[in-house]
Write a protein that binds this ligand. Structure first.
Ligand SMILES: [Zn+2]
Length: 405
């Protein structure tokens, strides 16, 4: 099996190709992003300049910017950067899908209180959320955690609109999280509604959805811009964690995506067990490219099974009213992808020219333009539905991790 000579992506990663030196196309993409988003003094100069622009839009307002927060490491750090380094007045905005981990919630309160930042939270109705979540299991697609991702993206815009804020800061960073290949993750409003109509029952009332028309109104008409400031800052995550602990009494919850139980279940159990998808490939490869992990360390760690707590599995079954038999049959059901359902993807592809202009104007993230408007083929999806087995299995343990519950 061919493995990239720089990162740990191998032949099993969808859409992969290698150059004559054995370096994969994702490493080349990351290099290009690295050049486009400078860090250090140049990155900071960009952010300071941007902050001046932002202040002009919020002179008579209470807040300058919405900052999306989860209680996790990156978004907590982003709050500190926004207020203490850039001198902006942020409104912290959180979407609660009712599956938050206790530590993440405590972190949210600790960081916002210490920084004296208002926290705006939207809580979805738990029965409604569970019904939507369950319909994604029945649809047999990888993106069972997508309703939470859409809910949080829509909540950021709703809060911005409510308070007349023109900028949204999002804590994503390609240097920390990497670049996910096509088919591992897709989200849009039509996808959620379509799957819920087919496999759920009742109405979606409290989950904010990101309908295309509403989204275009917010971006084009209201000029709400979405920025990823961490693209311009290079930082070592372990140093940031130490800083957050010292400064805010912030606690580490034990792993990437573990601030929320549906995210934890999806990434540590559902995706590797059912789809042979392990997001550690993205995370570790990103760490190697950023120089915070060696390739040898990554190869060694990826060979270790992912730990997973049975307590969470039991909670999922109980809250979604799955019998053991139903749940077992869902795990072996034929795999589907978003291409088997109604989505906005064909519309995004048709409007590629428009999203290019919007990306150049910072109205949508560049990564959205690159990933969502590029035509996909069924061949890209072949990797998802016929993925070869991973060399390891999830290690289900008896004890319930205190970090996640
Ligand atoms: Zn690579």
């Amino acid at each position: 099996m061919q493995v990239c000579t720089t990162c740990i992506y191998d032949e099993r990663i969808p859409g992969i190709s290698f150059d004559e030196n054995g370096v994969c196309n994702y490493c080349h993409q990351a290099e290009q992003l690295d050049r486009e988003y400078p860090t250090g003094d140049e990155g900071m100069a960009y952010l300071k300049n941007l902050s001046q622009e932002i202040k002009k839009t919020s002179r008579n307002k209470k807040y300058d910017v919405v900052v999306g927060v989860s209680g996790g490491c990156d978004s907590s750090y982003l709050l500190h950067v926004t207020k203490n380094i850039l001198g902006l007045r942020p409104l912290a905005v959180h979407f609660d899908n009712t599956w938050n981990s206790k530590i993440a919630v405590e972190n949210l309160y600790r960081v916002t209180q210490k920084l004296d930042i208002d926290l705006y939270t939207h809580v979805v109705d738990n029965k409604e959320y569970n019904a939507i979540f369950k319909s994604f299991f029945k649809a047999s697609v990888p993106e069972i955690d997508t309703p939470a991702d859409i809910g949080l993206a829509a909540t950021h815009y709703l809060a911005a609109q409510k308070f007349g804020i023109k900028y949204i800061f999002d804590g994503h960073s390609f240097r920390n999280e990497g670049i996910s290949p096509p088919g591992w993750f897709y989200m849009d409003a039509k996808y959620i509604q379509g799957i819920f109509n087919k496999f759920g029952s009742g109405k979606i009332k409290t989950l904010p959805n990101l309908w295309l028309a509403t989204w275009l109104k917010w971006t084009i008409l209201n000029r709400i811009k979405k920025i990823r400031p961490l693209y311009y800052i290079k930082y070592d995550k372990s140093e940031v964690k130490e800083f957050l602990k010292k400064e805010f009494d912030w606690q580490w919850y034990g792993g990437h995506h573990m601030e929320n139980r549906t995210a934890y279940f999806t990434n540590n159990y559902y995706l590797p067990e059912k789809f042979n998808i392990d997001l550690r490939f993205c995370e570790y490869s990103a760490n190697i490219r950023s120089g915070t992990m060696t390739r040898e360390e990554a190869l060694e760690q990826i060979a270790q099974p992912k730990p997973f707590d049975t307590g969470i599995l039991e909670e999922i079954k109980k809250r979604l009213s799955f019998t053991d038999e139903e749940f077992a049959s869902i795990m072996v059901q034929d795999k589907k992808t978003f291409m088997d359902y109604q989505t906005y993807k064909p519309t995004f592809e048709r409007l590629r020219w428009m999203f290019k202009i919007m990306a150049d104007m910072d109205l949508v993230p560049k990564s959205f333009y690159l990933k969502y408007t590029r035509p996909y083929s069924q061949d890209d999806m072949r990797y998802v539905t016929n993925a070869p087995q991973l060399p390891f299995k999830t290690e289900v343990r008896e004890e319930v991790s205190a970090a996640v519950t």
